[in-house]
Every structure is written in C-alpha cells, then in structure tokens.
Design a protein around this ligand. Structure first.
Ligand code: UT7
Length: 346
C-alpha cells in the first residue's frame, strides 16, 4: 500500500501592520507605479512590536493544528523553514516547539524561499517510511529585519508572514504525489547577506558597509526564477504522469507577478490557473508558498481531490516543487467555506 503525507490542517499569521508602496516612496526613491508595474506588489506586512519569528510561527501552527483536530502533544515532528531566526542559536524550531507546548523533535531548514517545499518533502519522507504520523511544517519569515531601507532594489520586494500545514498519512489517492528539490550554489552570491557570518563577522565595518542586509542581483535571480518555475513545473508534473495543464491550481512562489505571467505565457497556461497574493504580501520567502496555499483553501479555490502544483525558488540559488493532491473526501475540505474547524477524518 502506498503511504503518503497528506495535508490535513492549515493556518496562517500575518502581522497587522501594512506597509504600502506609497509608504515606501516616503522612505526611498521609488513609486507605487514602478513597484506595481515591475512586480505586481501593492503592499506588504511588517512585524509589529510583539511579533517574533516564534510568535508568528506558533500562531499559524495553532490554527493548522485546530483544523487537523490535533493537540501539540500529538505532534511527532516540527519542521520550520526559516532564514530569519529570533536568535542565531538555537534554531527557531526549538523556541516554537516550546511555545506550542509540544514535546516532539523540531528542526529548522534554511533553504531561503524554497525552504517550506523542502520541509514538505522532508515531512513526507518521515511519514512515507512509517516513522511518524503527525508532522507540522511551518514557513515563517521576519525578512524586514534583513532589509536595507536605503536600497530601493530590495526593500520594496519583501514582507513578513507565517503559515503552517499538518501532514498525516493516507493510503488513498491523495497527498504528496511527486517533488523535486534543487540547488545551484555556484550562483549563491546573487542573493545573500554578505556580513554577520563567520567569514565576515559582525563588526563596525560590516554595519557601516550595510553588509548585514540582503543584497540581490535582481536580473540574474529573475532569469533563474523564470527558468526554474517552468522546468520544475514540467518535471514534477511529468513525474506524476500529467502535464502542467492538468493541474487544478498552481501555487508559484510569490516573488514577482511578472515572472509568473511570463512563465504562464511560455507554458501556454491561463493566469487563472495560478493563485496570486503577491499584491497583498510581497515576497515572504519561506512563508510564501504555504501562505498562498492556506489562502487558496480558505478562499475556496481548492476543491476535494484537486491536484496542485507548487514551485518555489530563491536564495541558494535553490528551487523546490511538489505536486500535491488534496483530500479526496468531501468531509476533509468541509471547513473550506468557513464552517469553522472540522475534525478531518482520513
Ligand atoms: O525570493 C527570491 C526570488 N527573488 C526574485 O525572484 C526577484 C527577481 N528579480 C526581480 O523580480 C526583478 O529583477 C526586480 C523587481 C528586482 C527588478 O526589476 P527589473 O525590471 O529587473 O529592474 P532592473 O533591475 O533592470 O532596474 C531597472 C531600473 C534601474 O534604474 P536604471 O539603472 O535603469 O536607471 C533601477 O535602479 O529600475 C531601477 N529601480 C527602481 N526604480 C524605482 C530598481 N528598483 C527600483 C525601485 N523603484 N524600487
């Protein structure tokens, strides 16, 4: 019997504080017009005074656990995709585990914007092998802390958010059908934080040179993103014996609407096959795909039995994609239409 990880719970947390393009135009030499035209982004959320990586992740996780009908102590594993930890040590997964009141193992995956899909594939492995039953996969970022608000080429692009899913086993025709993970470290310096690590430790010079902030070669990353969005979508669907056209919904990494539109055009896919929320949140890195997935479910864009393709890309340079089939039984998506938290039966 084929055992797969199946998504049975989902939740999100976005900070209340909205930073619009107009707000940014007061800080750097940019405009709402430029940002909307080049990226599709209209606003993004930024952490409030009380938001931490841990608190945001825990809020999203609690919602996901409630949807799945699980308690924190039911969890066998917590995987956190994150590149903006509260502290450099220990990993944010440990703080999140403690805050939730769980007693299971917990670790963090740092694979930039691809991290959550890496986490999904990892959680799937633990479930497929029969080792664990209940796995929580969180994507969370307070990326605003790493933004240089004097650099208009990066600070307009990102936002803060958290989202989480619960994975449980199924032997039905649902769950993680295929995935692809990738890395091209030869191009790592196209999207990085040059200072603050062991090669270039924190110093006055690092701070003066603003090397503790994200730097990106936007055009190079955009070319990579376009290519990977198309090739990864093709390969994960081919592995599943289908084509991108057969997918009910595509959830691409929400970095730039132009990249998504361009990939859609090249693949001959209509834009209504893609779920888009980049206009509201900008690029939330590891939280981007799960946040879009959660909103797609909550907005009724996902029906029982739907096959979804997800593709992420980002720092590393890394990429990751997965084909996931949602619950095939009507009851499993019963709460989609806002009926509150319904216990999921598999
Ligand atoms: O999650 C990681 C994945 N990240 C991505 O996928 C990001 C990939 N890259 C991109 O999305 C795009 O390359 C950007 C949105 C970052 C930039 O768009 P672009 O169309 O590639 O612009 P560009 O870099 O070619 O810059 C064109 C002009 C430049 O001015 P000059 O040199 O032509 O005078 C930039 O300085 O636009 C200028 N510019 C801006 N102007 C107003 C760059 N940023 C801004 C800005 N406001 N915020």
């Amino acid at each position: 019997m084929n055992r797969r990880a199946h998504i049975t719970g989902w939740g999100k947390y976005v900070p209340e504080k909205v930073l619009t393009n107009h707000d940014l135009a007061q800080i750097v030499d940019t405009s709402d017009e430029w940002i909307v035209e080049r990226t599709g982004i209209r606003e993004r959320r930024v952490r409030g005074e009380n938001d931490t990586t841990t608190s945001m992740a825990a809020a999203a996780a609690r919602e996901a656990l409630a949807v799945a009908g699980l308690e924190p102590e039911d969890l066998d594993l917590i995987i956190v995709a994150n590149s903006s930890p509260d502290y450099l040590l220990p990993s944010p997964a440990n703080f999140i585990q403690h805050t939730l009141g769980a007693s299971c193992p917990a670790f963090t995956i740092a694979a930039g914007c691809s991290g959550w899909v890496y986490g999904l594939a990892t959680g799937h492995q633990f479930i497929q092998t029969g080792v664990y039953e209940n796995v929580l996969v969180i994507g969370v970022e307070i990326i605003s802390h790493a933004l240089d608000y004097t650099d208009r080429t990066t600070c307009v692009l990102f936002g803060d958010a958290a989202a989480a899913v619960v994975l449980q086993p199924t032997t039905e025709d649902a769950g993680v059908m295929t995935f692809e993970l990738g890395s091209d470290g030869s191009r790592a310096h196209n999207l990085w934080v040059p200072g603050g690590g062991t090669v270039n430790p924190v110093s006055q010079k690092v701070v003066d040179n603003r090397e503790h902030y994200i730097r990106m070669n936007g055009q190079e990353v955009a070319r990579f993103a376009m290519r990977k969005l198309m090739s990864c979508l093709s390969s994960i669907t081919a592995q599943a014996g289908i084509t991108p056209h057969d997918l009910d919904l595509i959830i691409p990494h929400q970095a730039n609407l132009r990249i998504i539109e361009s990939a859609a055009k090249h693949l001959g896919l209509p834009m209504d096959k893609f779920f888009i929320n980049v206009h509201k949140y900008a690029n939330t890195s590891a939280a981007s795909i799960p946040l879009a997935l959660v909103e797609a479910i909550q907005e009724g864009r996902v029906k029982p039995g739907d096959t979804i393709g997800m593709v992420a890309f980002g720092s590393g340079l890394s990429w990751a994609g997965a084909v996931v089939r949602m619950g095939v039984r009507e009851t499993e998506l019963a709460h989609v239409n806002g009926n509150g938290h319904v216990k999921v039966s598999i």
